[in-house]
Design a protein around this ligand. Sequence first.
Ligand SMILES: Cc1cc2nc3c(=O)[nH]c(=O)nc-3n(C[C@H](O)[C@H](O)[C@H](O)COP(=O)(O)O)c2cc1C
Length: 417
Amino acid sequence: MQKFHDKTNINAKKNLTGSSFIDYRTQPRTYKKYPHFFLSFNINDYEELGFLNNIGKITDTKTYGNESIQLRVNPSAGGLYPNEVYIQLRGIKGLVSGVYHYMPLENKITLIHELSNDGLEYYFKEKNQKKFIFLLSNAYFRSSWKYEQRAIRYLLLDTGHILGSIFAALELENIPFDIDFNFDKEALNSDFSFDNYESFYVAVSCGDYKKIEVKKLRTPIVNVCACDYQIKDTFIEEFYKNSFKDDFPIISNIDLLKDINKKILYEAINKRRSIRAFRNKGITKEDFLFITKNIFEFASKYDLEIYFINNNISNMKKGIYKNVKLQKEGDFKETAIKLALNQKLAGQSAFTLFFTSSNIKNYFYLYILSGFISQILYLRTTSINLSSSGIGAYFDDITKEFFETSNNIFYVFAIGK
Ligand SMILES: Cc1cc2nc3c(=O)[nH]c(=O)nc-3n(C[C@H](O)[C@H](O)[C@H](O)COP(=O)(O)O)c2cc1C
């Protein structure tokens, strides 16, 4: 894994990776659409599916000249949305039990496989029937089209963000769930006929259904191209193949949003946006403590070390912190901007977090969890009318030097006013 990480570094001392010029007219399509003869259903016509409203729908449209860009519940590096979501449903009144594909633009689901004695549970360790199973995939070309090899990182982070959206949607309805990385991804990718262009990263399962062991999917699932065209990238496919050799513990009972009133959480899910420029204002220590409640503990449980630069939190010494311990006092606004590839967000924030880890064995999982935790940070921040943004572009080498760490740097996240 280290070699893949090192190959996708952006270094101040070497050249930047990624192309400097991009022709936006060649952007591949960011959503998957099945032919008209597949049956689609409106989520809002089914009361039991209400929670699906909050996993990935369009929440805003921005117009730039003749172009209009639709923004979703979940953020995405460069707004490229490489993720697809599939949902297996059992026992929903008025719907056949089956595997459905989620369509964010229409907020509908399309039936792509009707269940008999088969099901997705077959590919998991726990083979008894579940009420819902979410499968999250990536169509990598949507991201590699712009970010080339560095896309491996953004695919993982984007996955973490949409995983966080699903978590928040379930939390809103008090639905218990398991985040599970350990299913047979190779077999499922093959049975979904993805041909390596799209692949599964993580699953979420909810609710026991019947105690019946299910069989392998009895027919391959029809695939339609996730983009309108695609270019193979063997580096990304190789990375994916090498990523999930070891198991990772199932994650459930997460206490990261429980303290937020449901109405406020609902509004935060629908209002969340990435800030384009902070007003350079400070926040209080109480705000900081609220936003990061349980976050450092959760991260360190999984071997993630979070550094942060306090630019402007009142009643807290300005400087560099590792987890919540002050390492070095000082004003590091300008350095923060420099580390983030000269993006002002990192220095004009009240504080900017840096997700890091030395654990290379669990690289794939910890990278996704960095995105997941950041999605929680987006929501906690929005819930108190503050702003934030993910920052995927930063100098790897000088960030490591600055924090005096040999950890890999995974993600930067700025929070402020
Ligand atoms: C993994 C990731 C990396 C991102 N990196 C940057 C960045 O380096 N600079 C920036 O200004 N925004 C960054 N963003 C924010 C995206 O541009 C933003 O999510 C996207 O345009 C959609 O807008 P929204 O988040 O308001 O819905 C990033 C978002 C994600 C999820």
